[in-house]
Design a protein around this ligand. Structure first.
Ligand SMILES: [Fe+2]
Ligand SMILES: [Fe+2]
Length: 310
């Protein structure tokens, strides 16, 4: 077992301190009896990319941003199922060791369980203001079972990537947009506050796991990470098709076959940006990953990402 250094223990302790200070409650702090304002967008154009779909009216772009927002909440509910399970698993390593590390990870797991509840609430609140027929395709436990079958190194790499893009989305796109639904903004403000500690803990645990791997095991873990990103892309393709189908059903006018295809391609490009590309391009993630892998492994990951980044 790798021992926790004094410096690492202090970082875990800091995460515990901040987690206690900023801890929030779903009803008392975030929702506060409010409902969503459906005259506003849910996702900023920087994430939804709806402004590129110039054959849609402003009202249609807003509807598409609300559908994408509902999917955004559902995707987090999905990934947090496997993140919570993996974090509770790695916390075992610290059971009788550094108690700051143990507490930080237990709080992390507890927060992700709370976030899943928040995102289920958000989905139900979206349903109240949207026509029937929306479907979220992937099933959280089926995805979690497949993800958790991969090596811990790869799961922690994917988790670190996800939690860093959560921070980037809030900081760069959600916070600066004055026109989003205020409740929607609050959901992601409060989520961002707890995720900030998660991203630190992901990096600590990922590096600890890396330090125990032999070169061959790390090489296999890189293949696992490539497979996980491919699986994420498969989910995004299925959900982009489902969300496009729903939009076409509820938008209130017939769209030509070529516009439907442009719409599907535009939604898929937005989802790839949201859940893959924006994380890969996050300098903190690139730095963490490149610090653990060889140039040849980096090139393998780059080649696998090629069709997604295109
Ligand atoms: Fe979360
Ligand atoms: Fe998180």
């Amino acid at each position: 077992m790798q021992t926790v250094t004094t410096a690492e223990s202090a970082r875990y302790a800091k995460c515990v301190e901040v987690s206690k200070r900023i801890r929030w409650d779903i009803d008392r702090d975030v929702i506060r009896g409010r409902t969503f304002d459906f005259t506003k967008k849910f996702l900023p154009d920087g994430l939804s990319k709806v402004d590129r779909l110039d054959f849609l009216t402003a009202a249609e772009q807003r509807l598409l941003s609300q559908i994408q927002g509902r999917t955004y909440a559902n995707i987090f509910g999905l990934v947090e199922r496997f993140i919570a399970a993996k974090v509770l698993e790695v916390s075992h390593e610290h059971r009788l060791g550094d108690q700051n590390a143990l507490e930080a990870l237990v709080r992390f797991g507890d927060e992700e369980i709370k976030h899943q509840e928040l995102f289920r609430r958000i989905d139900r609140m979206c349903a109240e203001g949207m026509p029937a027929g929306y479907t979220f395709v992937p099933e959280p436990n089926a995805v979690a079972t497949a993800v958790l079958a991969k090596s811990t190194w790869a799961v922690l790499a994917l988790t670190c990537h996800i939690e860093l893009f959560v921070l980037a989305h809030y900081r760069e796109s959600i916070d600066p947009d004055p026109d989003l639904s205020p409740l929607w903004k609050d959901v992601f403000l409060y989520h961002w506050r707890e995720e900030s500690q998660h991203a630190i803990l992901d990096e600590l645990e990922w590096k600890r796991e890396d330090a125990r791997l032999a070169p061959e095991a790390r090489d296999a873990a890189v293949d696992d990470l490539i497979a996980l990103v491919g699986a994420v892309d498969g989910i995004l393709q299925a959900q982009a098709a489902a969300d496009t189908h729903y939009f076409v059903e509820v938008c209130g006018r017939p769209l030509s076959a070529s516009d439907v295809e442009k719409l599907r391609a535009g939604v898929l490009a937005a989802y790839r940006w949201q859940y893959i590309v924006s994380g890969v391009q996050e300098p903190r993630f690139a730095e963490a990953l490149n610090g653990l892998i060889t140039a040849r492994q980096g090139a393998r990951i780059g080649a696998a990402l090629g069709p997604i980044l295109a």
